[in-house]
Design a protein around this ligand. Sequence first.
Ligand SMILES: Cc1cc2c(cc1C)N(C[C@H](O)[C@H](O)[C@H](O)COP(=O)(O)OP(=O)(O)OC[C@H]1O[C@@H](n3cnc4c(N)ncnc43)[C@H](O)[C@@H]1O)c1[nH]c(=O)[nH]c(=O)c1N2
Ligand SMILES: CC(C)CC(=O)C(=O)O
Ligand SMILES: [Mn+2]
Length: 495
Amino acid sequence: MHSQRIIRSYSALFRKLQIISNIQRHKTQQVAEKIQIPSSFAADLAQIVGKHNVSTANAVREQHGHDESYHSIELPDMVAFAECTEQVSEVARLCNHHGIPLIPFGSGTGLEGGVNAVKGGVCLDLSKMTKIVSVNAGDFDCTVEAGVTRKTLNSYLRDTGLWFPIDPGADASLCGMCATSASGTNAVRYGTMRENTMNLEVVLADGTVFDTAGKGKRTKKTSAGYNLTNLFVGSEGTLGIITKATIRLYPQPEATISATCHFETVQAAVDSTVQVLQCGIPIARIEFLDEVSVDACNKFSKLNMKVAPSLFLEFHGNASGLEDQTKLVAEIVQANGGSNFVWAKDPEVRNHLWKARHEILYACMALKPGTKPYSTDVCVPISNLPKVITRTKEMIQEAGIIGPIVGHVGDGNFHVFYPVHPDDQETLAKVKDVSHKMALLALELDGTCTGEHGIGQGKRELLEREIGESGIKVMRHLKMALDPRGIMNPGKVFF
Ligand SMILES: Cc1cc2c(cc1C)N(C[C@H](O)[C@H](O)[C@H](O)COP(=O)(O)OP(=O)(O)OC[C@H]1O[C@@H](n3cnc4c(N)ncnc43)[C@H](O)[C@@H]1O)c1[nH]c(=O)[nH]c(=O)c1N2
Ligand SMILES: CC(C)CC(=O)C(=O)O
Ligand SMILES: [Mn+2]
């Protein structure tokens, strides 16, 4: 009996050591140098996706070696375009066999360097997978292939009376939006990709194809086991390739009104937001722009707004509901000293306003021509938002840099984007310092280092601080289980 117990405890210890050594090995693999691609590899890849769907041309590699962020271009060795799930599965199997990095590419609109091929390898472009597989109008859901973008889906849905509201501004692929857990301006009313994804078809590193909620399942709720769907939402291409997504749809609003208003202080704008939410007003969009952003918007998008801390608002509902909502919000804004309410009912005027909001990145870059955007994104419980924004503005001023602030303030989420010349190391160092301090402040105030842009390459250290050693260990175990050779988008999320 005694000796059996000793054997059992030794084998348990051995298993534990094995797991630790696997994790260590995995860590080393993650930091390994670029891998040599065997000479026969391109031909094998072409066998799977067709010769016309493999490219080693510099222009194509360059186009795929970066996203819209400041992170330097990192070229993949080659780019493959997949046309169906079976091809994705075969490509994964081939890369896994050779231990070659595999980087999923949606539309390349990410903002944390997620698609940059930091260790070379194969960039797998999914933009040719463009089928809208099904629309179940009566159930408010649809299933799309990896390359379908949100604008394409919404054009397709126009005559059905339905729409997909999650709106990051950029015309991102819907599966890319799942991969980064995107949100944007409508999240305060409709939620983020996390709440709106019902099922995913995923290809794992070894080529296994599976559906995270079970084949064909598309229920509004489930308590069947672990939430594998949400494991892949926000996984940034590091756990597998999302080849199909089943997402929720909503009725198109019967009526829509937008508005802008202006405040004396940041605090007054954010206080108004908090009060709007506390009153339970189902506002569809409530976006904060500081005076620097408003100025940039005026210049770039030919608007004529008062240069002051501002809110851009939108209300969705039926005519009587809108009247109630707008009246209450106007009262709250006035009580906080807000003024210059400008209402926009006409679709053309509304669209112009939101186009300006979505192009703010480019408007801010135009403040310093020749620059690239260094953008950051934090999210805190809404009651802590005024503190973080106010302190961030002070730090920006103390550092003597330009840092416009915009925020999806209804979610407690905001961005600063700094226009920086790529070779201006002095400004870049200041920008990095302020961004880091802002993220630390958000963490200190019970927040997250990213509400919607993800970890990518730039926030790996912050992720460790945010979820702690044990949380990272659990994440590493999951990564190890799903991608033991570490081929899926290496150098992202983890060190
Ligand atoms: C002007 C502007 C404005 C905004 C934004 C961008 C720009 C340029 N974004 C960021 C961006 O639109 C968002 O991150 C998208 O979700 C990225 O989708 P892509 O298809 O472009 O993925 P992209 O190709 O850039 O890939 C992003 C990451 O996901 C992985 N990936 C892509 N497709 C995958 C798949 N099928 N399976 C597995 N992994 C995959 C990639 O490997 C990479 O790590 C944003 N975001 C936001 O949340 N709110 C916002 O307000 C904005 N605003
Ligand atoms: C900060 C920007 C670069 C993108 C974004 O997320 C936004 O405009 O809301
Ligand atoms: Mn945003």
